[in-house]
Design a protein around this ligand. Structure first.
Ligand SMILES: *Cc1c(COP(=O)(O)O)cnc(C)c1O
Length: 233
């Protein structure tokens, strides 16, 4: 039996709306953007999601994203969500609407110079590794402020907020304290005195934990499996 992508997409939207209604410490009306994570799924699957209403797509590998971009183009917003190698930055900057995964000054500077080369200001998020997992990228919380100001000083970058990945727990409830903590950090860094940053995105929550992330203040969620079914590697 084939997986019904259009129905699954609508179900995820309904889950997001229900999670917003359960918010207690976060304004209920604050919008949530659903990024449909299409990695390891083909262009046909992507087209089905777009026909069902998807307007944001996320990819973690630049080459795969670029191939799909060549077919689909700017009809949707392109999110680069995975760890970005500096040798892939030139390609990514050509089509990325938002890069979620800035975690070092070196990467930020590379994006800045490639963006400058093509006359673009690139929107970026800084990825935070709050749980200090070795398997994940992201800046540690204690180094965040320093990196934010350095990113803010780069003229062809526009800092838009923060991204994080929670550890994978069987019981997604265990992610809640981390999401709460991320929201607190997000609210705090919004108040800093920047040159050009415009902080209004908090990207957190995946298939396993997006409802909880939305309850705790995520305004971008990145959902793959719940929309497209399991990935074949
Ligand atoms: C793959 C991926 C997702 C989506 O994962 P699912 O569990 O399939 O929803 C979200 N964020 C990042 C950074 C990813 O690499």
């Amino acid at each position: 039996m084939s997986h019904d992508i259009a129905k699954a997409y609508q179900d995820v939207l309904a889950e997001i709306a229900a999670a917003k209604a359960r918010r207690t410490e976060v304004p209920r009306e604050a919008e949530v953007t659903l990024v449909a994570v299409t990695k390891n799924h083909d262009v046909a699957a992507m087209q089905t999601a777009i026909a069902a209403g998807a307007v944001h797509v996320g990819e973690n590998r630049v080459q795969e994203a670029a191939k799909k971009y060549a077919e689909i183009g700017a009809a949707v917003k392109w999110h680069i969500i995975g760890h970005l190698q500096t040798n892939k930055v030139r390609q990514a900057v050509k089509f990325a609407d938002l890069i979620h995964s800035v975690d070092t000054l070196h990467l930020a500077e590379t994006i800045d110079s490639e963006a400058a080369r093509i006359g673009k200001v690139q929107d970026v998020l800084v990825q935070v590794n709050l749980a200090k997992e070795d398997s994940k990228s992201g800046v540690y919380a204690e180094d965040l402020e320093d990196l934010l100001f350095k990113v803010d000083s780069l003229p062809n970058l526009r800092l838009r907020g923060l991204m994080c990945m929670a550890p994978h727990y069987e019981d997604a409830e265990l992610c809640r304290p981390l999401f709460k903590n991320m929201y607190k950090i997000y609210k705090k860094i919004q108040e800093f005195d920047y040159q050009r940053a415009n902080i209004n995105y908090l990207s957190m929550g995946m298939t396993n934990d997006y409802q909880i992330a939305v309850e705790e203040g995520a305004n971008i969620v990145r959902v793959g499996t719940a929309i497209f079914g399991p990935r074949q590697y």
